[in-house]
Ligand binder design. Structure first.
Ligand SMILES: Cc1ncc(C[n+]2csc(CCOP(=O)(O)OP(=O)(O)O)c2C)c(N)n1
Length: 533
């Protein structure tokens, strides 16, 4: 005999899931009892932060990550972050405590009524096991579902009295020792057909999206672009949670704008678009127009059947991005008669200003960030300036929220740094964005996570002012953030902070933060408005 708890922790060990993110309540304590010493519990002080940290950890480690939440209110607080995790294709096992079985029917206090319905739109699967003995199998199933393409959160609600129940070894052995793998390549005929389409196109281009990085296909995307002399665009920034192609490479052409008509005019002249590891496309705002230039075709390779089905134009191949790119690379010939692309050219020179422009801030970051540095970004008005000044060119080096819910950046940054302890992580945030996950500072300090926060302070919700102009909205309230002392708040949580204004001070403070082995924060005043460079 064994207990549900022992069998489940053994299951976690088998999957290498020994880091658990959570915020506990009375209904979760039975799971945490006698917490094994080979496990690490990372405490977050609010559930959106807990899920955001797990999201970053899951993406940066490439493995299913366990988040434990406190019955209905904990899950409720986490919903926005679960929306983000689903958009990020982040493989999460989300568990939540539940009342003891004897008190669920009477709906005693803290009963998670409709436990499986409330999370429904943002998880791949939601389940409450009918018997205590089924808990390990249900959790095993959720782990498999989270890791199968498209990766995403899967949810199990667990009555709190289940953990101490005894089960026969034979009742859990079979279901908890299974391996399920989900990488499937494309039909060779489909690959051959795609290769011929690429070879016979006059001017094919590639659009590289987040799943290139997540599937480990970075080098294959480069090799295919070079062999076929493809100009490569990054998928539009709002949904491009990760980079699929080195932005300093001569084949790189820039980031696609996120509007329907704007995409078509940007790739004018192309006659075939090969989209790799992205939805088609994460558009926003609405800029109507033809979705592609006249006579241009599109083929998307995605591991997500949903992305394939809902694309508004073009063909799609549902298959693992890495395997499909490898097969395509082997199948296509060298495109020696096409002109090789010549890159995006130099960024315009920096303009002097006081306070600094966001582009100058990011150019300064670029001077001090080591080659193996990782950027986690949530600074809406400076997103493109960062991309254009850093031209990140290593895999696994950029994380951005595909879902667009603020609070991801600060939390995910901590998770990414925990998963990649040997690489310097800089988390670049607008001061407004910080506030959605501000208690994450406590976790960074409590676990001595050596992350560097760079806070851009423009005293406003800058991007919303940009949107107000775009949407021709005047007189909207609530777009200014005066007297918000983010550095002082972070100091209260125990972070080493520095407020700077001049470029030299910024460079020194960032360099010091990046070499410190504890969390540090640099808050810099920046000029208001949107910066592209
Ligand atoms: C959870 C959530 N609430 C609200 C928003 C809407 N929103 C998008 S950007 C933004 C302002 C961000 O301000 P800040 O981080 O200071 O960056 P800035 O726009 O000034 O660069 C807001 C409120 C959102 N994306 N997510």
């Amino acid at each position: 005999m064994t207990t549900v708890r022992d069998a489940t922790f053994e299951l976690f060990r088998r999957h290498g899931m020994t880091t658990m993110f959570g915020n506990p309540g009375s209904t979760e304590l039975p799971m945490l009892a006698e917490f094994p010493s080979d496990f690490r519990y990372v405490l977050g002080l609010q559930e959106a932060v807990v899920v955001g940290m797990a999201d970053g950890f899951a993406q940066a480690s490439g493995s299913v990550t366990h988040v434990n939440l406190h019955t209905a209110p904990g899950v409720g607080n986490a919903m926005g972050a679960l929306f983000n995790a689903q958009a990020n294709h982040s493989p999460l096992l989300v568990t939540a405590g539940q009342q003891v079985r004897a008190q669920i029917t009477m709906q005693a206090n803290l009963t998670n009524r409709d436990a499986t319905r409330v999370v429904h739109p943002y998880v791949k699967w939601a389940f409450e096991p009918p018997r205590a003995a089924d808990v390990p199998a249900a959790i095993a199933q959720a782990i498999h579902r989270a890791s199968l393409p498209p990766k995403g959160p899967a949810f199990v609600s667990i009555p709190m009295d289940d953990w101490t129940q005894e089960v026969a070894d034979d009742d859990v052995r079979w279901s908890t020792s299974r391996t399920v793998t989900g990488r499937a390549g494309a039909d060779p005929e489909v690959v051959a057909d795609l290769a011929r389409r690429l070879e016979s196109a006059r001017k094919p281009v590639m659009v590289a999206g987040p799943d290139v990085d997540a599937s480990g296909a970075w080098d294959l995307a480069i090799a295919l672009a070079e062999k076929q002399r493809l100009g490569v665009w990054a998928s539009p920034a709002p949904g491009g949670g990760r980079l699929g192609f080195p932005e300093g490479h001569p084949n790189f052409q820039g980031t696609l704008p996120p509007g329907i008509g704007a995409v078509a005019s940007t790739i004018e002249g192309a006659d075939l678009v090969l989209v790799v590891g992205s939805s088609v496309f994460p558009y926003y705002p609405y800029i109507p127009g033809p979705p592609l230039p006249e006579g241009c075709e599109l083929v998307a390779i995605t591991s997500d059947p949903d992305e394939a089905a809902r694309a508004p134009m073009g063909d799609a191949v549902v298959a693992d991005v890495r395997l499909t790119l490898a097969a395509l690379l082997a199948e296509v010939g060298e495109a020696t008669d096409r002109e090789p692309p010549t890159g995006v050219g130099e960024a315009p020179p920096l303009e002097e200003s006081d306070p600094l422009g966001a582009g100058t801030v990011h150019a300064t970051l670029n001077e001090v960030l080591p080659d193996d540095g990782i950027v986690v970004l949530e600074s809406p008005t400076s997103t493109m300036a960062l991309r254009n000044r850093l031209r990140i060119s290593e895999p696994g080096s950029y994380y951005f929220c595909a879902g667009g819910g603020l609070g991801y950046g600060l939390s995910a940054g901590i998770g990414v740094q925990l998963a990649q302890p040997d690489r310097p992580v800089v988390c670049v945030l607008g001061e407004g964005s910080v506030q959605y996950a501000v208690s994450g500072f406590w976790t960074a300090v409590a676990y001595q996570v050596p992350i560097t926060f760079l806070i851009l302070r423009n005293n406003e919700y800058g991007i919303l002012k940009w949107f107000a102009e775009f949407e021709q909205v005047s007189g909207a309230p609530g777009l200014d953030l005066p007297a918000l002392e983010t550095a002082e708040i972070a100091r209260g949580y125990g972070v080493d902070v520095k407020r700077v204004r001049a470029r030299d001070e910024l460079r020194d403070a960032l360099a010091a933060g990046l070499s410190a082995n504890r969390p540090s924060l640099v808050e810099v005043d920046v000029a208001p408005g949107m910066s592209l460079f």
